[in-house]
Ligand binder design. Sequence first.
Ligand code: SF4
Ligand code: SF4
Ligand code: SF4
Length: 459
Amino acid sequence: MAARKKIREAINVLFTYKEQDRFDLFAAFPSVKNFFLNRRNLFYIRSLGDISFTAIILMGLFGPQDASRNISLFLAWGIWWTGVVLSWFIVGKFWCGICPFPGIGRLLQKMNLSLNLEPSPFVRKYSLHFSVFLFAAIIWSESVTNMKNWPMGTSFLLLSILLGATILGAIYKGQAWCRHLCPLGKIIGAAATISMIELRPDHGKCKTCKTFSCKKGSDDAPGCPVYLGAFNIRNNVDCLMCGRCVSLCDKDSPSLRLRNPFVELILNKGRYITCSYIIPFLMGSQLARFVQHAAWYRRAETALFDSNTITFTFLLALGFGLFILIQKAGATLFGITEDPSFGKFSPMVPVLVPLAFTGELVYRLDYFLANAGDLIPTFGRQFGINLEGLYVSVPRPVIYWICLLSLSMGTASSAYVLHIFNTRDFEGVIEKKRYYALHGLVLLLFTTYAVLFGNYIAS
Ligand code: SF4
Ligand code: SF4
Ligand code: SF4
């Protein structure tokens, strides 16, 4: 009976938009809290991650370079990255809590082999631009090198992230790479703003705190790896959800909570600078990626020196520019971009976020569903065992409809954000015809995505 009540409460919080309503998962399910309190749990998961990533990297570097005979590709792009993308919507940045990339840097710090410096003002000031640039470089190189079919390239990509995290771990204290530079962390953080889970402190308890051990650590345990501490968490962008502060705090302040997935998005109204860059780039890159197999893309390629690199780079830049314009045009149409109580904001960012991240999800899901049935036969080919009989094919129409359904949910979410703006935060402020025009813009974007993705999947 009590369990049913808890589930009812949780569902209520999840599906009703109330800014302040939260469902405390630690209070309702103590086993969830125990999971974070027992640091060994995360250690075991991380160790599993270390072993898996080492295997992927080694297979990519030294295994067959024929995509149909190397499972490292599907493990990296199909299982790992699709899994991370899917996890954004549910557990937010939880991947960062178990990510193996900062492992060697942490080890160097434990062995006193790190300079242990504070991140410089230069790093703090320019890191966002650099990490967006790195993210752009990943998307660009993934497409122009056809990395999903290039095992060694995939290993190089993973090694470059590992190298970045290790070098910064050897220079700076904590996980400076994760806080300031990691391109994956930035996109996961931006996506986590629509997650249904958050880790937050009880500010009442933190007010009387004298130790701030969640940030500083204790004699036998280091503090927050990204220099936040639970009392500083205001959003899902920077916190890694590693749960270290849960075990460090002696006042039982941090808790994991379920929430309506729109509350953070709507509350912040596009004021995170990370999202203002990431969203137009992500959407622009999706358009460029979806048209890569179109007949006219081939013609454009012929016209542009027969170079996929030049054509894709051109389209990527065009897509980015187009979505910057859409973001600005949408804000103009919205009619208000400054509020006396919270200053300047960017209203189109929260409207576009759900569509942008479901766009990414369908791109990844397509790869996962199209290749999942070939995993076992690929394993057989790689290790000389005949497993061809175990091949399973997912029909393309099934993939298309699953992806279209996901895109429709993203579009409905974008429309819902507009609805909340119009009925709550900016009630009576947005002119009716402008409000409908904004819905028209969202619908136009959905149609564009659906058509381009339909062509992409059919090619
Ligand atoms: S920020 Fe990057 S390196 Fe750090 S934990 Fe997240 S994905 Fe891993
Ligand atoms: S989370 Fe705990 S340790 Fe951190 S400031 Fe609050 S009460 Fe203090
Ligand atoms: S605030 Fe807590 S959960 Fe977030 S990164 Fe810091 S220690 Fe980890």
